[in-house]
Design a binder for this molecule. Structure first.
Ligand code: SF4
Length: 463
């Protein structure tokens, strides 16, 4: 997960990067950070703090980030990887200047590279895979900075979108498979902005120019693209993450050629055709399933209702599960609308089913609110495999669909019927131009080699 943003060629680079982070907040809430480079004093400036962007970075902090190039990062909380030392930007000084780096994705050979670097004497300050990239750049024998970065990136396996500033020169790169998104926009007040999603361009009124292509390395100086080169790695088929469309990206973002809302509606319509249900109302599990539920309603003719309300202000809490029952977290987050649900045959649409614990609590909630029947529909196929490319997911054993049949899951959830969108149906909705996608969490078809796992090393999802 995580979100990244960079600005080049604008005197308000840090402020604009901050706004970009604000609109990428859904990609992570653990920490936020920005680094800038100021030509007048030749210094790199950085702030990293825990929490939401609006809590972590205040106006007086932005005043401490001068310069017309900045990179920013929103960090998602991951098991074992928490703590400010793992927040980004990573910032180091090496022979060619300051390097400030932000990374979205997950390297699948990070531990192999880390062990090699440790044996060579490298000193690590964090436990995140992204730091490996900085060490590889610093240790490269290439003479030019372009060559050092290309050299480092060509040693990586797995998923990465990287934005890094070497002093005032900005670099952007996307792995050859193209797992995670990265877009370029032009700012109306001058300069370029690059970000994980187009919603981060919209907030600063930037005009979308294009995606950073899989396998591209771009050098940008003073808001102008200076050079574009290819990373030396051949990949037969691009693998953009379809789960970004299913769940992760914001609905107003344009991703892989589709507006996320439209893609999710198409999933919902296809689901209604593949897995019809007899119901009086369609409701969504808000907010990520809203578009799919609207699509299901449009196709089935069953009216869409707001049967569940989500509380957007749930923060960290000190109430322990035993104080309020095992499903207290779900009850803090969702409330049923009794007048909508009472006596109704309810078709509940969600984007995906991972562990199943939240869904089970929601089904109990609907029954308690008077729903006569609950028919559960999922706008994606069963999630049977963990992700090693940057989406934080439980282990295979914790995924409810990894070892249970649809009938067993239906009984566990306590619903009257259960239906998933098929893998073919999902792809069919977003392959107008013959696009290919990563679907490994649904199919187990991992394309980028899982090097650490093959070597018996741990493969944590860092970001
Ligand atoms: S395994 Fe799933 S979540 Fe991970 S990159 Fe592939 S489609 Fe996306």
């Amino acid at each position: 997960m995580c979100g990244i943003v960079a600005v080049s060629g604008n005197p308000e680079a840090a402020q604009l990067a901050y706004l970009g982070l604000y609109s990428l907040q859904h990609r992570g809430q653990e920490a936020a950070g920005i680094a800038s480079f100021d030509r007048t004093d030749g210094e790199s400036h950085r702030i990293r703090k825990p929490g939401l962007a609006s809590d972590a970075i205040k106006q007086h902090d932005l005043a401490e980030l001068p310069g017309d190039v900045a990179v920013g990062h929103i960090r998602y909380s991951t098991a074992g990887g928490a703590g400010l030392k793992n927040a980004q930007p990573i910032r180091e000084h090496y022979r060619d200047g300051y390097v400030a780096l932000v990374h979205n994705g997950n390297l699948t050979n990070a531990n192999v590279l880390r062990e090699r670097l440790l044996n060579e004497g490298a000193l690590f300050q964090s436990s995140i895979d992204s730091e490996v990239i900085v060490h590889l750049i610093a240790r490269s024998r290439a003479e030019s900075v372009d060559g050092q970065i290309s050299d480092a990136l060509s040693q990586l396996e797995g998923a990465y979108c990287v934005l890094l500033a070497v002093d005032d020169v900005l670099y952007a790169a996307r792995d050859p498979y193209g797992y995670r998104p990265l877009v370029i926009g032009v700012l109306p007040t001058g300069g370029l902005v690059l970000a994980s999603e187009t919603c981060a361009l919209d907030i600063v009124r930037a005009r979308f120019v294009r995606d950073v292509e899989p396998g591209e390395l771009i050098r940008i100086r003073d808001g102008e693209i200076e050079s574009v080169s290819r990373l030396p790695k051949f990949v037969a088929e691009q693998q953009p993450c379809i789960f970004e469309l299913v769940y992760f990206a914001r609905p107003d973002t344009r991703l892989w050629g589709y507006t996320v809302d439209r893609a999710r509606r198409a999933f919902g319509r296809k689901l209604a055709r593949e897995q019809p249900a007899e119901g009086d109302i369609v409701i969504s599990v808000p907010d990520s399933a809203n578009s799919a539920a609207v699509g299901f309603s449009e196709e089935s003719g069953i009216p869409f209702e707001l049967g569940l309300i989500r509380n957007h202000y749930v923060g960290r809490t000190f109430i322990t599960p035993t104080q309020a029952g095992r499903d207290f977290k779900v009850r803090m987050k969702f409330s049923p609308v009794r007048e909508v649900l009472e006596g109704k045959r309810v078709v509940m649409v969600d984007d995906s089913l991972v562990r199943g614990t939240t869904s089970r609590a929601l089904v109990d909630m609907l029954h308690e609110a008077g729903a006569k029947e609950v028919h559960f529909r999922l706008a994606s196929p069963p999630v049977r495999w963990p992700c090693f490319y940057g989406i934080d997911m439980p282990t295979r054993e914790e995924l409810i669909a990894s070892a249970r049949t649809v009938a067993e899951i239906r009984d566990y959830l306590g619903v009257d019927s259960l239906g998933y969108l098929s893998p073919e149906g999902m792809i069919d909705c977003v392959a107008d131009q013959g696009e290919t996608y990563c679907t490994a969490c649904f199919t187990g078809d991992y394309r980028a080699p899982l090097v650490d796992r093959e070597q018996g090393l741990p493969m944590e999802s860092h970001c």
